[in-house]
Design a protein around this ligand. Structure first.
Ligand code: SF4
Ligand code: SF4
Length: 89
């Protein structure tokens, strides 16, 4: 179920960061496709999981880097948690 999304217009992906399970599938497929290595640090999407600090939970953060390609939705195709959803036009 998609709860809410933040449109990332350039590649038609809706981001539901609260759904992210930090499985790293998106980073794995992105880095493999573009650099032929399974290395989250080489992916064009950054994932930071929320954590508990000083009595408060911070939220997950998902961000696309400047190298993220137009019209590529590969990461969203491999996200099983509806954290990245391809926007239907
Ligand atoms: S849209 Fe494509 S290039 Fe951008 S982060 Fe996802 S897989 Fe990587
Ligand atoms: S594939 Fe989806 S659930 Fe997994 S880390 Fe990426 S955004 Fe989060």
């Amino acid at each position: 179920m998609v709860l809410k999304g933040e449109a990332v217009e350039k590649n038609n992906i809706l981001v539901n960061k609260e759904n992210c399970a930090q499985c790293l599938s998106c980073q794995s497929i992105c880095s493999f496709h573009y650099t032929k290595s399974f290395n989250p640090l080489k992916a064009r999407i950054e994932i930071k999981h929320g954590h508990f600090k000083e009595g408060l939970w911070s939220s997950n953060e998902i961000r696309f880097t400047d190298e993220c390609k137009e019209n590529c939705v590969l990461c969203a195709r491999y996200c099983s948690y509806d954290a990245l959803v391809i926007e239907e036009k």
